[in-house]
Write a protein that binds this ligand. Structure first.
Ligand SMILES: *Cc1c(COP(=O)(O)O)cnc(C)c1O
Length: 410
């Protein structure tokens, strides 16, 4: 995103003009930023077999999935519905892995039946997988290494109380099940949480898996999950992927030597690939001055962007209708009847009712976590690709909202 001749543009497309055409609230995604992030990862792991499986749940629009496919990126899906979307986007089953948590065995069986690589994260499902397939279909096991990692307890998944993965303390039980059914375990997986800053945490997780790996002779890959932290504002720390690449490549090579053959590294980034690419454009409905604060009430809220309330995420904002005005400090709040503060102490060029505010870094878990709370309609989505804006989801209509409701005679 750039400011050019006092216009706020992405690949030459003026964002204020976009809101005139498509209205607000509007999610806008910059395809070039997604492509850049993919490149950054590929470069960081150059010389090592590495596969990227985009965590589709971060941003699931079918056109985004198609973009990922065009960039040579595989998919990590967590539900049957995500898997069906992946097929609709043209993905082959061999480029998809299914990493569910707490789903019914029927769903796992359906995915495995489609030829998708399945990751199992509890012993009961491992048993059922064994009873059903024996060693006929490979599977990956998700371990919980009990590392406390990640920026926020709600997004940290590797600690001892976490529902994710099978505890490394249960390794002998796992081995029993594997032996009983002759299971072909071709991958090991850990995903310790989101917003991990330290290379060191990844390396620690990795070294735990290296230790476990010798118990599984059929491995083809090790999946280190994701959790890469992205920076939300200028100067904010982010995971240093280049540093991670350098260190992990060295450790992994030594591990492979010990294991006896070269394995692949897999990652499942969500946020890292799409967060920065996304901007939520909202309209300033009301500027309200109270004795303590100046509020800007916008035509969106926790129904379209829940991360600030759920995870205390910080999002930089820009008043793109007034790029030169005096700056003031505001609280930017939503229009939902609930406290839905999108940002406190936000410095913006002076806001007049009707101005468009750009909320940055909203590509990941923005639209995909949106709801119809307060019976509000969901925003449209636009993808800017090769300098051209494409509408990739129309704005919802009241008809969409009532389509599934049944009005009985009362
Ligand atoms: C959510 C999730 C990811 C992606 O996490 P990010 O923090 O968005 O990169 C990767 N793997 C699994 C198993 C997940 O559940």
């Amino acid at each position: 995103m750039q400011i050019k001749d006092q216009r706020y543009v992405i690949q030459g497309v003026d964002l204020v003009d976009l809101t005139k055409e498509h209205g607000t609230p509007l999610y806008v995604y910059d395809a070039s930023k997604i492509a850049r992030q993919v490149e950054v990862m590929k470069n960081a792991f150059a010389g090592q077999e590495m596969k990227i499986k985009y965590a589709a749940k971060a941003l699931t629009n079918i056109s985004i999935l198609k973009l990922m496919r065009s960039l040579g990126v595989g998919l990590d899906v967590v539900s049957r519905q995500e898997l069906e979307l992946a097929f609709k986007a043209g993905y082959a089953s061999t480029d998809i892995q299914f990493t569910p948590n707490g789903v019914d065995f029927e769903e796992i069986k359906w995915a495995a039946g489609q030829g998708v690589q399945v990751t199992l994260d509890n012993i009961s499902m491992l048993e059922k997988f064994g009873q059903c397939y024996g060693g006929e279909k490979p599977c990956c096991i998700r371990f919980n290494p009990h590392i406390m990692a990640g920026g926020h307890l709600k997004i940290s998944t590797g600690h001892i109380d976490s529902k994710f993965g099978i505890s490394i303390l249960q390794l002998s039980e796992i081995k029993e099940v594997v032996n009983k059914f002759g299971l072909q375990v071709n991958g090991l997986h850990i995903h310790t949480g989101s917003d991990i800053l330290d290379t060191e945490v990844f390396l620690r997780g990795a070294s735990i898996l290296y230790g476990i790996a010798e118990s599984f002779p059929d491995l083809e890959y090790i999946d280190f999950g994701s959790g890469f932290k992205v920076s939300y504002q200028e100067g904010d720390p982010a995971t240093d992927i280049v540093d991670l690449g350098e260190n992990l490549k060295v450790d992994f090579k030594a591990f492979c030597q010990q294991y006896g053959r070269p394995l692949e590294i897999w990652f499942e980034p969500g946020k890292f690939l799409v967060s920065e690419a996304g901007t939520l454009l909202v309209n300033s409905n009301v500027v309200k001055t109270t004795p303590a604060t100046v509020f800007v009430g916008v035509d969106s809220g926790m129904n379209h962007l829940i991360r600030p309330m759920m995870y205390d995420s910080h999002h930089e904002m820009v008043n793109i209708s007034n790029l030169n005005g005096h700056t003031r400090v505001y609280a930017v709040v939503g229009y939902i009847c609930e406290t839905d503060t999108l940002g406190w102490n936000v410095t913006l060029n002076e806001v007049t009712e009707g101005d468009v505010i750009a909320i940055k870094n909203t590509g990941a878990y923005g639209f995909s976590m949106s709801s119809n709370y307060n019976s509000r309609l969901r925003p449209a989505e636009v993808l800017i690709l090769d300098g051209k804006a494409h509408l990739i989801r129309r704005r919802e209509l009241l008809a969409d909202l009532i389509a599934t409701q049944i009005s009985i005679d009362i």
